[in-house]
Design a protein around this ligand. Structure first.
Ligand code: PLP
Ligand code: COI
Length: 338
């Protein structure tokens, strides 16, 4: 094993084991452990043809005390349940979800990045419709699996300000579609617009509400937040994924004595923000330096000295201090893994 922990990016590194469980005849079987990185799958599986699949993303952190910490996994389990209900997948019971993530982390302990490297072990639960159907209907068999992989920052700049572009010619989700749950189709729908943004030199694109194109939705695979004075503001919309990181930052903002507003955020308002950022498990907080609205030839600029803003920095430090165990966790967000 030869991993350059300091320079990890957000990519796949092979680990020793993954865990799997199969839903057949109306019930979940026993958890199985394997070293195989491949899945034998029926050619007519519904996940392949009709996108009947959902995934999750969370992280395990190694503290200075060498203890392994999981962050708010219950929220991921609940979100996967909502995703399953939304596209008619078999629901993974919370106990099975927990058992599988803990097992996958325990079996791959040596891949958890050491404390101080700023990296962590990404945990990826995946739920697939594996039963064969040719008509458009839910499968009668499912596979739930969890793999883990050590990762560094999602956006190349990490906790350094990056640039984003307003996206008007694509939507990642329809107004009454599946944007609020974590299903593969949303990500497929975002690939072309993200690539166009990357080609123009942007870290990501900012989607607007799909109906009116008046409000901010989210930033590629992360939520959006803005800071105005002592208020933390984040969009309320049916087409964005309810981010567990965003939820946590709202609670930390309140703890810091700030006000929190979750409401529609009109595009024009972003000019009034002191700081803006993207947040998510993979992104943590990625401060935004510039938002460029190419069609209207407007550039909104933040972090003029090149550094993340003071409030984003405080939020980032508090969140990561809880995740790595540097500060106590008054919220009850951490669970230790033996
Ligand atoms: N928005 C989208 C579209 C995402 O894929 C993610 C990542 O899961 C997020 C937001 C952030 O959510 P969380 O903080 O729960 O990781
Ligand atoms: C996450 O933040 O966990 C994500 O899933 C984002 C992306 C890698 C899809």
């Amino acid at each position: 094993m030869n991993i350059d922990w300091q320079n990890l990016t957000f990519g796949y590194t092979r680990t020793d084991y993954n865990v799997r469980c199969y839903f057949r005849d109306g019930k979940w079987g026993e958890l199985e452990i394997t070293s195989d990185e491949y899945i034998p799958i029926h050619i007519a599986a519904t996940c392949l043809h009709y996108g009947q699949e959902s995934f999750e993303g969370m992280k395990a952190y190694l503290g200075k005390d060498e203890k392994i910490r999981l962050f708010r996994w219950q929220e991921n389990a609940r979100r996967m349940k909502r995703s399953a209900e939304g596209i008619k997948l078999a629901v993974v019971p919370e106990e099975l979800f927990h058992k599988a993530i803990v097992k996958a982390v325990q079996l791959n302990k040596k891949f958890i990045p050491p404390y101080g490297t700023g990296s962590s072990l990404y945990v990826r639960p995946l739920l697939l419709g594996t039963g064969a159907e040719v008509g458009v209907k839910p499968a009668n068999e499912y596979m739930f699996m969890v793999f883990v992989t050590p990762v560094g920052p999602y956006f190349k700049t990490g906790f350094k300000p990056g640039d984003m572009m307003i996206c008007r010619d694509f939507d990642r989700a329809a107004p009454l579609g599946t944007g609020h749950i974590k299903v593969g189709g949303n990500y497929a729908a975002s690939l072309l617009s993200l690539e166009k943004g990357h080609d123009k030199g942007f870290a990501s694109v900012i989607y607007l509400d799909a109906k009116e194109k008046k409000y901010i939705d989210e930033c590629g695979p992360a939520n959006f937040f803005g800071i105005k004075g002592d208020t933390y503001i984040t969009p309320d919309s049916h087409t964005i994924l309810p981010s567990i990181t965003n939820l946590s930052l709202q609670e930390i903002a309140r703890e810091m004595g700030m006000k929190v507003e979750k409401r529609p955020v009109p595009l024009e308002e972003i000019g009034d923000f002191d700081e803006v950022g993207a947040c998510g498990t993979a992104a943590v907080i990625s401060p935004i330096r510039k938002i460029v609205d190419l069609e209207n030839m407007i550039t909104y600029e933040y972090c003029k000295d090149g550094n993340p803003g003071p409030v984003s920095t405080k939020l980032y430090n508090r969140l990561t201090a809880i995740q790595y165990g540097d500060e106590p966790d008054p919220f009850g967000w951490i669970e230790f893994v033996d």
